[in-house]
Design a protein around this ligand. Structure first.
Ligand SMILES: [Mg+2]
Length: 274
């Protein structure tokens, strides 16, 4: 049993006693509830990078919020406090739930319409993407191109975004979605802390190799990114390119902290040594 399968299994067991929160249903398999024999597994030795998107790879410029407002109007007929709600670092699942609770809807009604809300959001992002004002953050295009071509690294995503919206947002700023070969998304669990283990479990399945926690690094822009990394025993590089200034991130003790990803030499020094 790999480290990340163990974490996922324990988290899902905890969920069974918490009926107030929707359970993660993807990637569960029946045998997880029975003892699993530990077997020898090849260890991945490449460095694994788990990138956040909004505020880390790109400046969303309010486009995601506009698309979400349209989706909420379509599906629920209300938008809640969508214009003032602090979305940074949260999953779309949590954002939709919080906004609709604030609008007065009950938990069952919201949960029943979440898949429709995610689909509507992805549809509105796709429709609006050609006119998006969002842009890549400094250094990101060069960095991702360099990392994707470097066999020492495997690139993935840990993002609060709805999975189906992600390719449209990445392409809108000139990033190749294919550079990121695995991930976990904000339409798959309300709690961001669950996402790194899910992403790395998928990577382990794809590689047929275990991924030791010390070989993986979360790259994000909020205290939520730091928290989700810690939750799975991972290290984290924080960048002050989102809504949190550098001094607000320092107090959360990221392993590495940069103003932005613009200094390719400084970034590669960190990514080559963690
Ligand atoms: Mg972010």
């Amino acid at each position: 049993m790999t480290y990340f399968k163990l974490i996922l299994m324990l988290l899902n067991e905890l969920d069974l006693t918490n009926e107030s929160q929707p359970m993660l249903t993807s990637d569960r398999s029946p045998h997880w509830s029975t003892p699993v024999r530990i077997r020898a597994m090849h260890k991945n030795s490449r460095r694994v990078l788990l990138f956040d998107i909004d505020g880390t790879l790109l400046d969303p410029a309010g486009e995601g919020r506009r698309s979400l407002r349209r989706a909420l109007e379509d599906v629920f007929g209300v938008t809640g406090p969508v214009d003032t709600y602090d979305m940074a670092g949260k999953t779309d699942w949590q954002i939709v739930t919080d906004l609709m609770r604030a609008a007065g809807l009950d938990a069952e009604t919201i949960a029943a319409s979440l898949p429709a809300a995610f689909a509507a959001y992805a549809r509105h992002v796709e429709i609006a993407a050609p006119t998006f004002k969002m842009r890549p953050l400094p250094g990101v295009l060069d960095l991702v191109a360099q990392l994707a071509a470097d066999p020492r690294f495997i690139l993935g995503l840990v993002t609060g975004n709805v999975r189906e919206a992600v390719p449209h947002k990445l392409r809108a700023v000139g990033l190749d979605p294919g550079a990121f070969t695995f991930g976990a998304f904000g339409s798959e669990h309300h709690d961001r802390n669950r996402l790194p283990a899910l992403a790395l479990y998928r990577l382990e399945q794809g590689l047929g190799a275990s991924v030791p926690p010390e070989t993986a690094l979360v790259v994000g822009d909020t205290p939520h990114d730091i928290a989700c990394a810690r939750h799975s025993g991972l290290r984290v590089l924080c960048v002050a390119t989102g809504t949190y200034p550098r001094n607000a991130l320092v107090s959360h003790n990221p392993d590495f902290l940069l103003d932005n990803l613009g200094d390719l030499t400084a970034v590669m020094e960190i990514l080559g040594s963690f």
